[in-house]
Ligand binder design. Structure first.
Ligand SMILES: Cc1cc2nc3c(=O)[nH]c(=O)nc-3n(C[C@H](O)[C@H](O)[C@H](O)COP(=O)(O)OP(=O)(O)OC[C@H]3O[C@@H](n4cnc5c(N)ncnc54)[C@H](O)[C@@H]3O)c2cc1C
Length: 340
């Protein structure tokens, strides 16, 4: 396996910038190194945390056992007929850079997911999504190491049970599978996905009447830079809560009480804008010691410097309670708290 480090400082390995210390830490660049690391953890009875870019994690101060930093790289493509291509990326590849490369190659379909931080291997965990596109739309399959059996397993799209910010890897058997590579099935023909109104408006504002995938990529980057805090400057994990899904009946009841409710049709029901719910409860811009709610987007919780996971979780808990009391809706946290 790679070089084992004791008491590794993880402050620079998580986008909240929390001071966390890994009892043991190893960076793996090959499948063999990964298998050795898992074997060593099992031999020592260590719990394992697989770490990508740390942009969807809330880390407590002490991380017991072994942290495995996923750094398995690799990019390869094979054509599928005249119109499509299958692209396989190593789990340790950086998501945004890979997307940029795919666009350069003329592989289209995921450009709306530009600038989402983190690695390729973590992207299926919560079926990353933004601006009207979710990862599953370009997904073909993935390869993962089953830490229970030591075997490699291929997962089809159906096997992954993708949902809204969810997959079997996140909610059914967290920690069991370590994703090694992900294969996408993409189009060789530009087919921009323009369902998201803010994206359409931004393209129009730039006078782009017939947007190409690269235009979409660029505009998504611009919108995100204007809206979200850069973790290099203000610690955060993007959206801290999922947008709650409610039934059509519940939605209509809420709408009667709150005519300005922000919501979008989703399947049989509605997805409520969690940021709006939080803002209505007065939390936007709220600061509590060294943590707080981002002043420009109430869905984003921030570490203003010396904050800690317990402080942030306390604030998050109060936000959840106040939204439940006012709207009767339960917010669910999006990043993973570790150790739980
Ligand atoms: C500013 C900002 C904006 C964001 N915007 C979005 C957005 O628009 N849409 C969205 O969906 N998300 C968004 N996120 C969240 C985050 O970027 C994504 O969830 C991303 O996929 C996490 O990647 P990571 O490599 O940083 O994962 P990490 O935070 O390192 O890990 C996340 C989880 O995945 C597990 N994991 C990581 N790699 C593997 C692997 N190879 N095999 C098995 N398990 C693994 C970890 O153990 C952990 O449970 C945003 C975050 C930030 C900071």
């Amino acid at each position: 396996m790679g070089c084992l480090v004791h008491n590794q400082d993880l402050r620079r390995h998580n986008s909240f910038g929390f001071a966390a210390c890994a009892e043991n830490f190893v960076r793996v660049e090959t499948l063999e190194q990964l298998q050795d690391a898992v074997a060593q953890a099992q031999h020592n009875g260590w719990p394992v945390l697989v770490l990508g870019g740390g942009s969807n994690l809330v880390l407590r101060e002490q991380i017991p056992g072994l942290v495995i930093q996923m750094a398995i790289g690799g990019r390869r493509a094979e054509p599928v007929g005249d119109d499509e291509v299958r692209v396989t990326l190593g789990a340790g590849e950086i998501w945004h850079q890979s997307l940029d490369w795919m666009l350069d190659q003329g592989y289209y379909g995921l450009e709306n997911l530009a600038l989402i931080p983190g690695t390729v291997g973590a992207a299926p965990m919560q079926n990353i999504g933004a601006y009207g596109v979710e990862l599953e739309q370009g997904f073909d399959s993935l390869q993962a190491l089953d830490t229970h059996t030591g075997e490699l397993r291929i997962f089809s799209r159906e096997d992954c049970c993708f949902g809204y910010r969810d997959s079997c890897f996140k909610s059914m058997e967290p920690g069991r599978y370590i994703i090694i590579d992900v294969t996408f099935r993409l189009s060789l023909q530009p087919r921009p996905q323009l369902r998201y109104q803010a994206l359409v408006d931004a393209l129009q504002a730039r006078g782009i009447a017939e947007p190409q995938p690269r235009d979409v990529f660029q505009v998504v980057c611009d919108i995100r830079r204007a809206k979200l805090p850069d973790p290099a400057e203000i610690g955060n994990a993007g959206s801290f809560f999922k947008n709650p899904l409610v039934s059509a009946v519940h939605y209509r009841e809420l709408l009667q009480q709150f005519p300005r409710l922000v919501a979008y049709p989703a399947g049989e029901g509605y997805k409520l804008a969690a940021g709006w719910l939080i803002e209505q409860c007065g939390w936007k811009g709220h600061v509590r010691g060294a943590v707080g709610v981002y002043e420009r987007q109430a869905l984003v919780l921030v570490n203003l410097g010396a904050g800690t996971a317990p402080e942030l979780m306390l604030l998050a808990g109060e936000i959840v309670q106040s939204v439940a009391a006012r709207f009767g809706v339960q917010l669910e946290m999006e990043p993973r708290l570790y150790p739980a």
